[in-house]
Design a binder for this molecule. Structure first.
Ligand code: T1G
Length: 696
């Protein structure tokens, strides 16, 4: 491999010459983000190559893991984002070159990284390289010319779909699409230099992107794609704007298109949706980190997994691991329960196959990963055992006592409990350091969120292993502490409480749910309770009844609904009624009667309540509890709570999560409103020091 001597053009770009080829290297870890110094260095390097008569071509490449992960998102909405030269000016400099510029791509070329490459005359890449314009995932659109150049290179339809789906294409596929000009086998730099020499030897320079100055008009294609967009998607606004830009590519010359693209990009980058989605992007990466973990702590390798319980959760968890290629032993008390669990797994895979998302071969490969047994001894060799039995402490203690006897030394024993005390469970074993909570969310094979519940004695190695394992099965892990309900379910308590208070005060179930779904929640709190099953939370309220403060308002609405045998969808009636075989909530006058009776009993004069009041009180209930959770150290950081609620509770990602939303409102406003509620309703609204500390 050639080893040229590089000289700096800027802090993050350096220049070298190999024979008559100029080499421009981007060196801006961790992802070669196209920040201000990268843009300045590239601009200067291209100018230098242009003015050097000994230079016949230029190769641009990235150091480290990739070509470039795109614009430096961390600089957005700061002066550096608009420091000259902007990406557009750098690319124009390249396109105006009389010498061919070749982008040599390895790792990833995403967003602005690919747009930089699109501005080059040619692109070469390794077979493993991944290329894409995923800006819509951040509530943005390709703002560096991607919506104008990609259609000119691979056609409007392919470009629109790649941009709107934020899809990534690899080496050979990129070559087939016409996105790159060659796949380089062997050393990329050597291959890129040879490619450049070949172009020089031909004595011609073409720029396929620029040379196609006008595209064939494509209204019908655009209209068809627009009709397929999901208007409720978290990035619907960005997708629509990106499609507008791609449509524009066919209408005017590229400069007009670039101006239009920039104007639409500016709208998005300064808007609340993109700021929220960028917050969630970084928050999900931050959530993977365990604060204060000693550097010597290493995650161990999980190869075999045991699952106790083949019910809804156990079978879903088994699928999550099998989908990732882990060997799973699913254990139940008896064959009939096992058969039911496996039947559910087969049914789920058949549904996925019917949607064309899995082939029968794929399904069989996954099913071959799942072994079954009615003998717990089958788990003796497992590296990780997850208990997913009935949500009852006595039952769980019994299972863990047996697991402690059966499982090998060093095996991780995890409970899928959704709110019970992991320390109490760990205490029945001789190995509390190996006991942890792994709170999956139903359906466990679909939902990304995994609350990793650290017990007081859980070892750092077990925590690190579970955080790492979670990512290997495609989950977003959030490390939480032990308390009633951990993070997500604990915040559900005041959220539901406020909804029940609002019912007594005059709102209907459908008004509450529609107000919150209009706010952006995937489901209203009452329909969600019906889906989850009202009996589970009823059992919790009965368990906690002895500790309930008598001085605090308590709504009996949910209890009375449960006492009527109405447990939600599972019984055909809860806060709503459900026709046979239907999951559609129908308002039920019987529930209105229960609500009125509870209001009368509580001496509450019912009134007309606005949707705004419903949303405000329910959101403030979430925010206030979240600040208590932070104060008690149950969550590592505020952004973790946003990750929990966006990924596990249907909070709209385009609002960034409960605490990012609070930032949007303003902590001073939040505090004032909660204080008003505390004066009106008393102790439920006691404010934490964490919240008051946020008011600057
Ligand atoms: N800018 C700044 N920081 C970034 C970044 C970016 N584009 N991408 C990642 N990081 C941080 C990340 O938060 C983490 O930080 C570290 O880098 C390693 O990331 C003009 C406007 C590139 C595939 O959407 O998909 O270009 O936690 O752990 O697994 O049209 O990061 O270490 O402090 O993910 O190797 C478009 C987003 C931007 C790509 C690398 N680009 N990034 O994955 O590392 S907008 C994207 C990724 C744009 C133009 C528009 C991945 C990756 P920390 P990592 P990785």
């Amino acid at each position: 491999m050639i080893q040229p001597v590089f000289q700096p053009c800027s802090d993050t770009v350096s220049y070298a010459q190999v024979e008559h080829i100029a080499m421009l290297r981007i060196d801006n870890p961790p992802v070669n983000g196209l920040g201000d110094t990268v843009r300045a260095g590239l601009y200067q390097g291209v100018e230098r190559a242009q003015s050097d008569s000994s230079i016949k071509a230029i190769v641009i490449f990235g150091s480290g893991k990739m070509f470039s992960g795109g614009a430096d998102i961390r600089q957005f909405n700061t002066p550096k984002a608009n420091a000259k030269p902007m990406l557009r000016q750098v690319i124009r400099k390249i396109t105006e070159m009389t010498k061919p510029v070749i982008a040599a791509i390895h790792g990833t070329a995403l967003g602005g990284g690919l747009e930089l490459a699109l501005g080059c005359h040619y692109r070469v890449a390794t077979d493993e390289a991944k290329l894409g314009l995923p800006e819509v995932n951040l509530g943005l659109l390709p703002g560096g010319g991607g919506t104008q150049r990609l259609p000119r290179l691979i056609g409007v339809e392919a470009a629109a779909k790649m941009i709107l789906n934020a899809s990534v294409v690899k080496g050979q596929r990129a070559l087939d699409l016409g996105l790159i000009d060659a796949v380089i086998k062997g050393d990329l730099i050597d291959g890129a230099i040879d490619f450049a020499k070949g172009i020089v030897a031909k004595g011609e320079i073409t720029h396929p992107v620029i040379d196609q100055r006008h595209l064939v008009r494509s209204e019908s294609t655009i209209a068809a794609i627009r009709g397929s967009l999901n208007k409720k998607a978290r990035n619907a606004r960005a997708q629509s704007a990106a499609l507008d830009c791609v449509a524009y590519a066919g209408q005017g010359d590229i400069e007009a298109g670039l101006d239009y693209e920039r104007s639409r990009f500016e709208e998005l980058v300064s808007g609340p949706e993109s700021k929220s989605l960028r917050h969630i992007f970084f928050a999900e990466k931050q959530a993977l980190k365990v604060d204060n973990l000693p550097p010597e702590v290493q995650a161990s390798d999980i190869r075999s997994v045991g699952i106790i319980g083949a019910g809804t959760m156990g079978s879903g968890i088994a699928m999550a691991f099998a989908n990732a290629g882990f060997t799973v032993t699913l254990c139940e008390l008896n064959q009939a329960a096992l058969d039911r669990g496996m039947a559910a797994i087969h049914k789920n895979y058949d549904i996925t196959a019917a949607k064309g998302k899995l082939t029968q071969q794929d399904i069989q490969k996954r099913l071959d990963c799942i072994k079954t047994s009615t003998d717990m001894e089958a788990l003796s060799g497992a590296d990780l055992v997850i208990e997913a039995v009935f949500e009852d402490m006595a039952v769980k203690k019994s299972v863990f006592t047996e697991l402690d006897r059966v499982c090998k030394q060093g095996a991780i024993l995890a409970s899928n409990t959704s709110r019970l005390d992991v320390n109490e469970i760990a205490a029945v074993t001789r190995r509390p350091q190996d006991v942890i909570g792994l709170h999956f969310f139903s359906p466990a094979n679909v939902m990304k969120l995994l609350e990793v519940v650290r017990g007081d004695k859980t070892s750092n190695e077990v925590i690190a292993t579970c955080m790492s394992m979670a990512q290997k099965i495609g989950k977003t892990p959030v490390l939480v502490g032990v308390c009633e309900g951990f993070v997500g379910n604990r915040m559900l308590t005041p959220y539901w409480r406020e909804a029940w208070f609002l019912l007594e005060e005059g709102a209907s179930p459908q008004q509450i749910d529609s107000a919150l779904t209009r706010f952006g929640m995937a489901m209203g709190p009452l329909a969600m309770a019906d889906l989850a099953g009202l009996d589970i939370n009823w059992a919790t309220r009965k368990r906690l009844a002895p500790t309930r403060r008598a001085d605090l308002r308590y709504s009996k609405v949910a209890d009375r609904i449960c006492e009527a045998g109405r447990f939600g969808q599972k019984t055909g009636a809860g806060f709503y009624k459900y026709e046979q075989g239907s999951r559609t909530p129908q308002p039920d006058p019987a529930v209105d009667d229960i609500i009125r009776a509870c209001a009368n009993e509580a001496g509450i004069a019912r009134r007309s309540i606005s949707d705004d009041e419903i949303v405000e009180r329910c959101m403030l209930a979430l925010i206030n509890e979240a600040c208590w959770i932070l104060q008690e150290g149950i969550a590592q950081r505020a952004s973790d709570i946003d990750v929990v609620y966006v990924n596990g509770y249907g909070f709209p990602a385009w609002r960034g999560g409960p605490l990012f939303y609070a930032e949007t409102i303003g902590w001073g406003v939040v505090l004032d409103k909660i204080k008003q509620l505390e004066r009106a309703q008393g102790g439920h609204w006691t404010v934490s020091r964490d919240l008051t500390s946020r008011v600057n």
